[in-house]
Design a protein around this ligand. Structure first.
Ligand SMILES: [Zn+2]
Length: 199
């Protein structure tokens, strides 16, 4: 059953400080575990309902961008770095070679023009809390001029190595998580996109 507003935790940042409000730990009665063969107590269940406060830190621009239909990456612009100009997607806050802070760039257009499937795996059995339709088509996506590979999900179409794909974004009701980004095969029409998603 979805929780009511009074059973949720919310966080704002005011004057540079995290200000939680609401409920972050909801108690629930435990249940005994009895051995039906002997009638003896064997243990208890331990239900827990906790809301985590997950700070994105320097990765926040990536997640904020998704809800606006933008795919943000980072790039090392350090003149003295031997790998200067390297673009990182997934978003790396620091350059792994010179350890200087990368700059944030918008690579949406590059992704739309050059994304293709590097490899893929189709998953028929998922773990707990999965909300993606099964089978899940996990794809590793490569982009021209980007030195890393992005793991994502193919929402429409069949995966194939080297197939051109295009990013789509949950811009209608963003969750501000990686779930706001998926890919579809090139040529997919807007009406085929999952609910809430746009190009
Ligand atoms: Zn560097």
């Amino acid at each position: 059953m979805p929780k009511t507003k009074d059973e949720k935790g919310f966080v704002d940042i005011v004057n540079g400080r995290y200000k939680p409000r609401g409920v972050f730990h909801i108690p629930e009665a435990n249940q005994p575990i009895f051995n039906k063969d002997t009638g003896k107590l064997a243990g208890v269940t331990n239900p827990r309902d906790m809301t985590y406060i997950h700070s994105y830190g320097g990765e926040a621009p990536f997640f904020e961008g998704l809800g606006k239909g933008r795919l943000m990456a980072t790039r090392c612009d350090n003149e003295k770095c031997s790998t200067k100009g390297s673009i990182y997607q997934p978003f790396r806050i620091y350059c792994p070679d010179c350890l200087r802070k990368n700059i944030v760039i918008d690579m949406t257009d590059l992704a739309k023009k050059t994304a293709k499937i590097h490899s893929y795996i189709i998953t028929h059995r998922s773990g707990a809390f999965n909300s993606l339709p099964i089978p899940i088509k996990f794809i590793n996506v490569e982009f021209e001029g980007v030195v890393t590979i992005l793991m994502s999900v193919l929402a429409v179409g069949e995966p194939e190595i080297d197939k051109r794909v295009v990013p789509i974004f949950n811009t209608k009701s963003p969750t501000y998580t990686i779930m706001d980004l998926r890919f579809v095969v090139e040529g997919t029409t807007e009406s085929e996109l999952p609910e809430g998603f746009t190009y």
